[in-house]
Design a protein. Structure first.
Length: 112
């Protein structure tokens, strides 16, 4: 599946950034970092690669028409990847359990 992303000209990190920027634009770099959970420095490095897909450097992050086209082309690949990752009841149960455990621990942190 990663080969399909490479063929589309993006990494998984870049895909996350493009999709997030497309949904929430315009964004500051720190907002993109917060929304994606990607380190701010890594976001900045990724922006260099994505320059053709983003509007003017130094301004809030927003997609160019080329960037919008790229996102429309790669979102189906991301959906397919997610569906494959969660395929089957067993995988879904493991995924849900993995998410539930940290959430339970977070609740305990707020207890006196």
């Amino acid at each position: 599946m990663t080969e399909k992303f490479r063929a589309a000209g993006v990494t998984l990190t870049e895909l996350r950034l493009l999709a997030t920027i497309g949904k929430h634009q315009p964004l500051a770099v720190n907002e993109a970092s917060s929304l994606t959970g990607i380190d701010k420095a890594w976001v900045s490095r990724s922006l260099t690669t994505l320059a053709a897909s983003l509007r003017q450097p130094g301004r809030p992050l927003a997609l160019t028409p080329q960037g919008k086209t790229k996102v429309q082309r790669i979102i189906p690949l991301a959906v397919e990847r997610n569906e494959r990752l969660l395929a089957g009841k067993r995988n879904r149960a493991i995924f849900d359990k993995t998410l539930d455990e940290p959430q339970g621990q977070i609740g305990k942190l707020n207890e006196p």
